[in-house]
Ligand binder design. Structure first.
Ligand SMILES: [Fe+2]
Length: 147
């Protein structure tokens, strides 16, 4: 792991329980919603994070970043739709707020894609930081347990 990816090192992300060599992020059980489909889909996000991390070791982070960005766009389409459907069904109190978060996610991915096509060399790091913050700030599991 290169220096500078303090995103894992400082572990402000409760979600990530790191292995000893800090190579992989794992889904922390405290962030599980208990809804299988949603939790499974959230695991996909963790998978993408791990692929990015792996790409640093293989020096193919720029091409991996490109692929991950397309997958994130796709992810936003199906996952947010599934999640919003569920949240509506259970009358989620913070629904509008959460929908807004989803929209901001889409906007951010678009922005990252633009940066990537403009040749931003630090793009993988930026994606990683964004996803890390996104997961860190997500209150869904907490809120759902009190809904
Ligand atoms: Fe989600």
């Amino acid at each position: 792991m290169r220096k500078g990816y303090s995103f894992y090192v400082n572990n402000k992300l409760r979600l990530f329980r790191l292995s000893k060599n800090m190579n992989f992020a794992k889904f922390n059980h405290v962030h599980k919603t208990g809804v299988k489909q949603i939790d499974d889909e959230h695991e996909h996000l963790i998978d993408m994070i791990n692929e990015l991390i792996l790409s640093f070791n293989h020096d193919n982070e720029i091409s991996t970043a490109q692929e991950i960005l397309s997958r994130l766009e796709n992810y936003a389409n199906y996952h947010f739709e599934n999640e919003e459907k569920y949240l509506k069904k259970v009358n989620y109190k913070h629904f509008e707020e959460h929908k807004e978060d989803h929209n901001n996610f889409r906007i951010k991915i678009k922005d990252l894609k633009k940066r990537h096509s403009n040749g931003d060399q630090g793009i993988a790091h930026k994606i990683l930081n964004f996803l890390g913050d996104w997961i860190h700030n997500c209150q869904l599991a907490d809120n759902l347990s009190q809904n």
